[in-house]
Design a protein around this ligand. Structure first.
Ligand SMILES: Cc1cc2nc3c(=O)[nH]c(=O)nc-3n(C[C@H](O)[C@H](O)[C@H](O)COP(=O)(O)O)c2cc1C
Length: 448
């Protein structure tokens, strides 16, 4: 070879990112190494998990008869608390607003949730930190949370509520307690929680006065006595062992069981917790329904499912699997204006981007929702935000009705597992429905 001609450079392969040590993981190692503290954030699990997207409806054809969308009725109402309560809650739609604490959310955000939910005939829920005038005043149906922390707990407020929800756990952090960092403990929040201003607060992960289902039975009876047996009592559990937790909640006397899956949002907790503890919502629904069926209590004790519900299809799928209603947290905040790209410049200044902002615990939310900052809060107009939530709830309901009619159902509660198939073997096994195009349900013999 001519010594003046260079050998061609060997072609180089593309730089390859490790699937195990991906860019996010590397950044988290660097962050941990630089600070020595674990990451705290809001929102739910962000990694890809089996979810309602892995299910499809079959729709009617020759063997099933669909309903006509413009002429034939498809009911959406639901009654919660029919087991013992003298005054069950009657809702026009099967979508409720999940418990989100005042403290994590601003007063205007609480008011907007109340306005939006009431316009659609559904309920809102308090949270850690007690009942505010904003939400009681604007919610026609308000569920009062009874939490391990007891922050803001007031028997008079219990009597002012329309139902009581005993919170055992949350899907984002089953087995964990709440967190509200000092930045958000404003004078008002501090007063309501009887806490010092500006100091980080970590609430208890378990109730101080009961340890198991037998004690819970006594606690529920106390709550019934305080409220003259009028109000439905819900028990909310984070999805971990939903079969047993549902059965034990029923045994303890619940009127309604709320099962919150691991995609469920939180105001703040350790990221390692959010991403690694609990089971996906999809995996939890069938187990909870099975527990109710085995006890002969399905539809007698109502089931509310939450954790990553985003649209009418999710609602319809949860109902088809046997839930009576769903609850939404994150999606309701997005409808109010959370993570709106119109604040992009401010998200960038916070080191994030619209759609990924989850440092809700820091209280610097440009949209004025997850903050106690007086100036930021002013950005949220509760009337406009409430209308946006009502619109969104209306769309979700119309979507669920559209699907139900296509499956030939005159009420969304008539949707059933038989209307569903799964796209993946995992989803088929978790939801106990056949893999699409087959009659095979994993774990069951037969099928083709
Ligand atoms: C900002 C925020 C605050 C929350 N605060 C509470 C709370 O005080 N008590 C509670 O039981 N759950 C709380 N949750 C969880 C919700 O009640 C609900 O379980 C969850 O948001 C449902 O999942 P989703 O956000 O995917 O809809 C909170 C969630 C968010 C997003």
């Amino acid at each position: 070879m001519n010594e003046h001609v260079k050998a061609p450079a060997a072609p180089r392969t593309l730089p390859r990112e490790s699937a195990t040590f991906d860019a996010y993981t590397l950044s988290e190692i660097r962050r941990a190494a630089a600070t020595g503290i674990y990451d705290i954030r809001g929102a739910g699990a962000k990694r890809k998990l089996p979810h309602f997207d892995d299910l499809l409806f079959l729709g009617a054809s020759m063997s099933r008869y669909p309903l006509e969308g413009y002429r034939e009725r498809c009911g959406t109402d639901v009654v919660l608390g029919t087991r013992f309560a003298k005054k069950p809650i009657e809702l026009k739609i099967p979508i409720t607003i999940a418990g989100m604490s005042f403290g994590s959310l601003s007063g205007p955000a609480k008011e907007a949730l109340g306005r939006g939910a009431s316009a659609m005939g559904t309920s809102t829920t308090t949270g850690d930190g007690g009942m505010t005038q904003e939400e009681r005043g604007h919610s026609t149906k308000l569920v009062y949370q009874y939490l391990p922390s007891r922050y803001g707990m007031n028997p008079d407020d219990i009597r002012k509520a329309d139902a009581i929800e005993v919170v055992v756990g949350q899907g984002a952090k089953p087995g964990g307690g709440g967190m509200l960092l000092g930045q958000k403990i404003s004078p008002r929040v501090a007063k309501m929680r009887t806490l010092p201003e500006g100091i980080d607060q970590r609430s208890a992960c378990r109730h101080p006065d009961w340890t198991g289902p037998d004690d819970l039975e006594i606690k529920i009876e106390e709550l019934r006595e305080i409220t003259d047996w009028e109000k439905p009592i819900y028990v909310k559990v984070g999805a971990a062992r939903p079969y047993y937790d549902t059965a034990l909640s029923v045994k303890a006397g619940a009127d309604v069981v709320v099962v919150d899956g691991m995609q469920g949002g939180t105001a703040a907790t350790q990221e390692v917790f959010i991403e690694n503890v609990g089971i996906p919502t999809l995996a939890a629904v069938r187990q909870a329904v099975k527990a109710l069926q085995d006890l002969g209590m399905h539809r007698k004790v109502q089931l509310i499912v939450s954790g990553g519900i985003r649209n009418g299809a999710d609602v319809a799928k949860a109902l088809a699997l046997g839930a009576d209603a769903v609850a939404i947290g994150t999606a309701a905040l997005v409808a109010l204006g959370d993570n709106d790209p119109k604040w992009e410049a401010e998200y960038q200044a916070l080191g994030t981007t619209a759609g990924a902002y989850d440092d809700w615990h820091e209280g610097r939310d440009p949209a004025g929702i997850t903050t106690q900052d007086a100036e930021l809060m002013k950005r949220l107009d509760p009337e406009i935000a409430g209308r946006r939530l009502a619109n969104y709830l209306s769309v979700m309901t119309l979507e669920a009705q559209t699907i139900a009619r296509a499956c030939g159902k005159s009420h969304v509660h008539n949707l059933e597992p038989e209307d569903l198939v799964a796209l993946t073997i995992e989803a088929a096994a978790m939801a106990n429905v056949p893999l699409a195009g087959t009659t095979w349900i994993p774990g069951q013999s037969g099928g083709f």
